[in-house]
Design a protein around this ligand. Structure first.
Ligand code: ZN
Length: 257
């Protein structure tokens, strides 16, 4: 059953507002700053952002991406994260339907969006996202319609354990940090929400996309930039949420005649 248009519109609005809060978290969490105070201000002139200039997406468009006081550029990250959050809220509603799994799926996608942004910006995955998400994912196992609590726990252990093993092997073979501790916690969180199948899918899809895309980017730019692995794990997990089961079925069908 398709939800009412009014519900979809309200969901998008709520998603955009939560995206606005996510922007604050993305900017402040990596530096260990408070996400509740002080109020948002322009990083250039220090003027506090007026409430009516803080409407998701619209304010940025009306101000044409510039501060009302000093005219310096405001990052496109703000409207992009708000739009993405609104889109994910609607997508999880359409995918999960009305019920407990809707907020569960949205929470996972929301955290993945935050992680994707901090990893791209600063190669940091804040514990508030990953460990907070891990606890939320384990708790979500007690809600109806999704994973069992035991499946969430096994997923978290497989997720944390797999990458911890990869990180140890990388240190041993490559003699350098192949994987950060943030990635280990991220995959434990993904496991708590998606189970062990989701972990394997995410690692497979994420490392494939990460090495192909970043190998290509570094080849073209003739650089040796560090792969923001968290970005690709986040994208892999999001793909699993929406299309994991059919994709796994299709992949396995290649090996059966
Ligand atoms: Zn300003």
């Amino acid at each position: 059953m398709t939800p009412e248009p009014i519900l979809i519109a309200l969901t998008a609005l709520l998603g955009a507002m939560l995206g606005s809060f996510l922007n604050v978290c993305i900017i402040r969490l990596p530096g260990g700053k408070s996400i509740v105070s002080p109020r948002s201000s322009c990083p250039h002139c220090g003027h506090v952002v007026r409430p009516w200039d803080n409407i998701p997406v619209l304010s940025w468009l009306i101000l044409r991406g510039r501060c009302r006081d000093c005219g310096s550029r405001i990052s496109a990250q703000y409207p992009l994260v708000e739009l993405a959050s609104a889109g994910l809220a609607v997508a999880s509603l359409l995918h999960a339907g009305i019920g407990w799994q809707w907020p569960v799926q949205f929470l996972l996608l929301y955290l993945l969006l935050g992680i994707l942004a901090t990893d791209v910006r600063e190669y940091i995955i804040p514990d508030a996202f990953s460990l907070g998400g891990l606890l939320a994912g384990l708790a979500a196992g007690f809600l109806p319609g999704g994973l069992e609590p035991s499946e969430a726990l096994i997923g978290a252990l497989v997720g944390g354990g797999t990458l911890y093993g990869v990180a140890l092997a990388g240190r041993f073979v490559l003699r350098k940090e192949a994987m950060g501790g943030g990635d280990v916690k991220l995959l434990a969180m993904i496991g708590a929400f998606c189970g062990w199948q989701g972990v394997l899918f995410t690692v497979f899809a994420g490392s494939l996309a990460g090495s192909v895309i970043f190998g290509f980017v570094n080849f073209v730019l003739k650089k040796d930039r560090l792969v923001p692995f968290g970005l690709f794990l986040a994208l892999g997990a999001a793909l699993y949420v929406f299309a994991g089961k059919p994709l796994i079925g299709w992949y396995l069908s290649l090996f059966t005649i």
